[in-house]
Design a protein around this ligand. Structure first.
Ligand SMILES: C[S@@+](CC[C@H](N)C(=O)[O-])C[C@H]1O[C@@H](n2cnc3c(N)ncnc32)[C@H](O)[C@@H]1O
Length: 261
């Protein structure tokens, strides 16, 4: 399939996570610590208490753990990732779970979906790999473009004990900083430029842990036919019917595709 990755083929990748999810690394990622995995899913569940039922793009979906979690909660999920190895694992996991989740090869720097294709878009555990503001800007712009209403983004905050410890170790030459920490103020700026505003920032474990998950919502002026009603900041979790969509019902794919460029 044609994909944004094509445009940069042959060039040195700007960050390792773009290319290093080969079969070995992809399987290794699935085998991460159970406690860590569960804590991350709990963080996602907290954020999705703000998201009403609807379509969700999970990008990057990796092996599909979030896509499965959200599909079980009744969201109509599409998973997208650049790594064929990760996509193969996601497809296998989805099939085993008996759920209906479309999984597609996509480049987050240049998504093929049309504008506002999904009610919500989640980007989990990738942003901290981006080494430059240019890439962060480009990806946030794409996430916001394809989201009709919500974007949920994870990032590594510099304001935590773990982040400070990592920086200190790197300064002392005892380790390397493999990830990029981004203050919430900077993350908010990318979203402000894309006409989204912060609804809530969740910390996995405040002050201690570096992983944050922030929910952003589109600013609406109400002057176009599809305008959203006034923003409700605290959407009741009771909006969720929490029904499994494991009925085998074919779920609709993304609403539209961006025209080929
Ligand atoms: C750390 S994994 C996270 C996967 C998933 N969100 C999870 O938490 O299980 C990072 C993923 O980002 C994918 N990735 C890296 N660069 C990408 C890009 N430009 N577009 C789409 N996926 C990308 C990798 O293939 C990998 O599956």
């Amino acid at each position: 399939m044609s994909c944004g990755a094509v445009s940069v083929e042959g060039k040195k990748p700007a960050y390792r996570a773009r290319v290093n999810y080969n079969p070995k690394k992809a399987w290794k990622y699935q085998a991460r610590r159970e406690g860590k995995h569960r804590a991350e899913l709990r963080l996602v569940e907290r954020a999705f208490q703000l998201i009403p039922p609807g379509t969700v793009l999970d990008a990057p979906c990796g092996g599909g753990r979030l896509a499965l979690l959200l599909a079980k909660k009744g969201y109509r999920v599409t998973g997208a990732d650049l790594s064929e190895a990760m996509l193969a694992i996601a497809r296998e996991n989805i099939q085993k779970a008996g759920l209906s989740v479309a999984v597609e090869r996509e480049d987050l720097e240049n998504l093929s979906y049309g504008d506002r294709s999904f009610d919500a878009v989640i980007c989990f555990r990738l942003f901290h790999h981006f080494p430059t503001r240019e890439i962060r800007t480009r990806v946030v712009r794409e996430l916001c473009r394809v989201a009709n209403r919500f974007v949920i983004l994870s990032f590594f905050s510099p304001y935590s004990f773990t982040s400070a410890k990592r920086r200190l170790r790197a300064t002392l030459g005892l380790g390397k900083l493999h990830h990029h920490q981004t203050p919430l103020s900077e993350v908010k700026r990318y979203f402000r430029n894309a006409e989204f505003r912060l609804v809530k920032d969740f910390a996995q474990f405040p002050v201690w842990h570096t992983l944050h998950l922030a929910v952003f919502e589109r600013n609406e002026t109400g002057n176009h036919p599809g305008a959203l009603p006034a923003v409700t900041l605290a959407i009741s979790a009771s909006h969720h019917d929490n029904k499994s969509n494991g009925s085998g019902r074919k779920l609709p794919p993304a609403l539209g595709r961006k025209s080929e460029q």
